[in-house]
Design a protein around this ligand. Structure first.
Ligand code: ADP
Ligand code: MG
Length: 697
């Protein structure tokens, strides 16, 4: 019998409710004070907490515990220890101490550290993040932790996220004080990531070396039918997919992940899952878990879940829409236009901070979504362009224009808008005519950052959004705190900054070439690939901002940058080696078989009837010979290029892998795809795009 949703939901989470039931009042209150006011926990409290966690976990079938963390690999890591301790007389005791809860020591010398550990010390340690709930997964009590070096350098994705949330809170609270909002103690970024993915049948998948090693197809001629008819988007969900989605929902709900929306996406075999938004830290943990569970549940259904940004050429790739807003601990969304003059002045100030930040830190936002997979999307004709701009929608844009020009806002009975004095005209939540081509869209009460890749951790982009916002609010607070006439200073600031940063606002179609030219005229950045975008992470102003707010040290930034560059190079390197392997082992033999068959057919036919027509066979044989030669030449060039790759200078490697290796791969692919088209299916070694994209009936 199906369990009730309310019973299932969060059943594997050591949540606030569970804590209230199982902890002493002292312990529970200490934990509350820790998360609400950042008060440290004593070891005594940790000890009681650990005991309660252990008892609860064992009752729920757990035998092990693990410090669950998010190293720079972008996936999560865990090392399991059982609760077992030997007791007297051969008995077994189940033990989990406060110390074990608070701090762990994974043997972590092989996680990427970008040189940090080498410079400082050999290993890192994990430390409990009490602001995130522990949970049970696969029989283990998972304790969300940060991962640091002994010198305190962040080696993970969670530490900077927590720091950035803190930085944003601090500056936003300063600004809110100016509006008389003294009851607000904290401000919390809220995130709802929409996750896209592909599902393919496991049997078909396992016949593709490229999919299993690289997560994407390196070859494949287009399917006669792709996404041309747009008949998949929001289409009826096939029974096998529906069963998967239902199973997935159950697993996510058990972990308190509020999976809410599911639907088919544009490409065949592509789907999307969106949770209800949560605070950024929880949202990030949950998205990592969601990606992991998506894959696990797919395996149970004899399918494979592909999270790569571009598994298939010629159909849409997968992204992740990062819906981001900031709210107060009193439950107020600061990007929601209000209904009084003061609320609206506040809204306009936060909006201005966002626009100024997006303009000033374009390169940082762009570099945070740069990876090998996303290079296939950004700037291509489906995802947002590689240029950062902000969509405001007609109403809000008209308001911004009227502030800048001091002109009457149309709907406002022909008078100019007095910030802090007038009520804003209604800004309807723009749900129907949403501009899907904008990388950063205002959607009523939040910004939707649409450039993230589907496989990416959402940590980096949110660290950037939070810190950028913190920096802008800091500047505003500095200026306004000293103002004699607050309303006048506020109005002047908003007008000045909106005017200075208006170029970042673009409400048109981001896919058009005209926009690229227009953006260039406006002086906006356009970094079309990872090799161009990544280095900007280390721009002086980014270092200054991150260090000022205590989000990264300079060493941490350098280390991270090195890891990102290395990851890019390694990814392309593995793809290129896989490609060469597939060509040599499978495609050459297939092509030579097919050509031999044609040659033999011609000989046999002519032996039977001396002057018989062999136009078809000859034409095919010739074309196949040409393409085989082309494949041989390009693949050979690729092999040479791999051998001659520069070493020692990361930036040079990055460029080489983009400009030489990647472009050689494209050429080899074109030749191989040409061959696939004219080679009989029975000879071709791999399932076709048609079989892959329509593998699930
Ligand atoms: P769609 O973009 O598909 O039309 P929505 O915009 O309603 O759907 O929601 C998409 C995602 O945005 C969901 O994960 C939702 O929880 C999240 N979201 C909604 N409101 C906010 C908010 N104020 N802050 C952050 N995320 C939000
Ligand atoms: Mg959306």
């Amino acid at each position: 019998m199906e369990a009730k949703l309310t019973d299932i939901y969060g059943s594997l989470v050591f949540s606030e409710d569970v804590m209230r039931q199982r902890l002493s009042v002292t312990c529970y209150n200490a934990w509350r004070a820790c998360i609400a006011q950042n008060k440290p926990l004593t070891l005594d409290i940790a000890h009681e907490m650990a005991n309660a966690m252990k008892d609860w976990a064992i009752e729920h079938g757990a035998t092990h515990f693990t410090h669950w963390f998010q190293p720079m690999t972008g996936v999560t890591a865990e090392k399991h220890d059982s609760f077992i301790t030997p007791g007297e007389g051969g008995r077994v005791l189940l033990h989990f101490s406060g110390k074990e809860l608070v701090r762990g020591e994974p043997d972590a010398s092989s996680f990427p550290s970008g040189g940090l550990r080498a410079t400082f010390e050999a290993r890192g340690y994990t430390a409990w993040d009490p602001t995130a709930y522990a949970f049970i997964k696969d029989g283990s009590l998972c304790i969300p932790t940060v991962f640091c070096s002994y010198g305190g350098h962040a080696l993970d994705k969670k530490t900077p996220l927590l720091r950035s949330c803190e930085a944003l809170s601090k500056q936003a609270v300063r600004v809110l004080r100016l509006f008389g909002m003294t009851d607000v103690k904290r401000v919390i970024p809220q995130v709802g990531p929409e996750q896209e993915y592909f599902l393919v049948d496991k049997a078909v998948y396992s016949k593709r070396e490229d999919l299993s090693l690289c997560g994407r197809t390196l070859f494949g001629a287009p399917s006669p039918k792709g996404q041309d008819l747009d008949d998949h988007y929001f289409g009826a969900i096939k029974p096998r997919i529906a069963a998967y989605m239902a199973d997935l929902d159950q697993e996510l709900w058990k972990l308190g992940i509020a999976a809410k929306t599911k639907h088919n996406e544009v490409a065949p075999a592509q789907h999307e899952l969106a949770p209800i938004y949560a605070d950024a830290n929880t949202a990030c943990d949950h998205n990592q878990l969601t990606m992991e569970i998506m894959k696990k549940v797919a395996a149970r259904h004899d399918m494979v879940c592909l999270l790569h940004e571009k598994p298939f050429a010629g159909v849409n790739g997968s992204g992740k829409h990062n819906n981001w807003s900031i709210s107060t601990d009193t439950g107020l969304n600061l990007f929601k236009p209000g209904s009084t003059p003061s609320q609206n002045a506040r809204f306009l100030l936060f909006l201005t901070a966002f626009l100024k930040g997006a303009d000033e830190y374009q390169a940082l936002l762009r570099s945070g979504v740069a990876n090998a997979g996303n290079d296939h999307r950004l700037g291509a004709n489906e995802a947002p362009p590689a240029i950062i701009s902000v969509f405001l929608g007609d109403e809000l844009n008209a308001i911004v224009e009227s502030i800048i020009h001091g002109t009457a806002y149309e709907d406002q009975s022909k008078k100019t808008l007095q910030i802090g004095v007038d009520v804003l005209p209604a800004i309807p939540q723009d749900t129907t005519d949403r501009n899907r081509t904008s990388p950063l869209a205002f959607t009523g009460n939040k910004f939707e950052f649409r450039m993230l890749g589907s496989s990416q951790s959402i940590s980096g982009p949110n660290v950037a959004l939070n810190t950028i916002m913190a920096e802008e609010l800091r500047q505003f607070a500095d200026e306004l705190e000293g103002a004699e006439d607050f309303n006048a200073a506020l109005a002047a600031l908003i007008r000045r900054e909106l005017t200075a940063h208006q170029r970042i606002v673009f409400n048109g179609n981001g896919y058009e070439d005209a926009w690229i030219e227009e953006a260039e005229r406006r002086g906006l950045d356009n970094y079309t690939c990872t090799a161009d975008a990544l280095p900007h992470f280390l721009d002086e102003k980014n270092i200054e901002m991150f260090t000022r707010h205590g989000v990264f040290t300079k060493e941490e930034m350098r280390a991270r940058h090195e890891i990102h560059m290395e990851t890019y190079v390694k990814t392309i390197h593995i793809e290129a080696l896989t490609m060469v392997d597939m060509v040599r082992k499978d495609i050459y033999p297939a092509a030579t078989h097919a050509m031999r068959h044609l040659a033999e057919t011609i000989t046999t036919k002519r032996a039977a009837v001396a002057d018989i027509d062999c136009t078809l066979e000859e034409a095919l044989l010739k074309r196949m010979t040409e393409l085989s030669k082309e494949l041989f030449t390009t693949c050979h060039a690729l092999e040479n290029a791999l051998e001659n790759a520069p070493t020692g200078d990361m930036a040079a490697e990055l460029r080489y892998y983009r400009n030489v290796i990647f472009s050689d791969m494209e050429k080899a692919r074109a030749a191989a795809d040409g061959l696939e088209v004219i080679t009989p299916a029975s000879y071709w070694p791999y399932p076709s795009y048609r079989e892959l994209l329509f593998s699930i009936s």
